[in-house]
Design a protein around this ligand. Sequence first.
Ligand code: T5A
Length: 210
Amino acid sequence: MTKPGKFISLEGVEGVGKTTNLEYIADHLKSVGKKIVITREPGGTPIAEKIRGLLLDHGDEVLCKESELLLMFAARAQHLDTVIKPALQAGHWVLCDRFTDATYAYQGGGRDFLMQDIAWMEGFVQKGLKPDKTILLDLDVETGLKRASKRSEPDRFESEKKVFFEKVRQVYLNRAEAEPDRFSVVDASLSLSQVQEAIKIQLDDFLSKE
Ligand code: T5A
């Protein structure tokens, strides 16, 4: 798919500050004249938000890990078709709170699915469409979980053990190392203003290469 717009995703373990920094990124890009669409995964459309509920809420029935993986991609297919692709075609910059790197990290790292199976699903659903830039906010798991717990009650993922999130973080870091042009890793342990300054440097670098 040729796309006049740009696709930026924000990634990291729980509580690293993705949601907090999304508005900051949007404001910076708007200040240089970009038209922005802010969205999130899982979710971003009415149907995908219903799937998000199935994935995040604690239910009476245990969601098996195969269903979890398939639901992530079902929500993503709907999101791509309804929101992301049309916005990119219209020349907008799409800012997405998590995307497929999260599936590699959580379902591949956390749930031990084979990365090649996830890659097959990625190809089937995305047909080569990937973020142009991914900002990975990196933070030690304990601090992230502490920050997240101050904000709300733990959802189904946040109820996992620390070792689960250690594996998630490691996969994110491995992916960043493997694709240094797409990924920008930002130290999320710094103060919010320092984190935002670091994000701004990465965005300006990306903008300068447009
Ligand atoms: N998932 C998702 C998968 O398993 N596979 C997938 O393919 C996808 C797409 C989604 C869940 O789904 C899973 C991963 C997730 O578990 P989510 O709501 O998108 O859930 O993700 P969460 O990580 O749960 O989102 P959080 O809201 O918890 O984390 P954020 O957005 O990273 O953190 P944020 O911005 O809410 O900040 C948390 C707290 O920290 C403070 C903020 O003020 C806030 O109180 N804070 C800072 N404090 C000090 N210094 C800083 N620099 C700070 N930055 C933020």
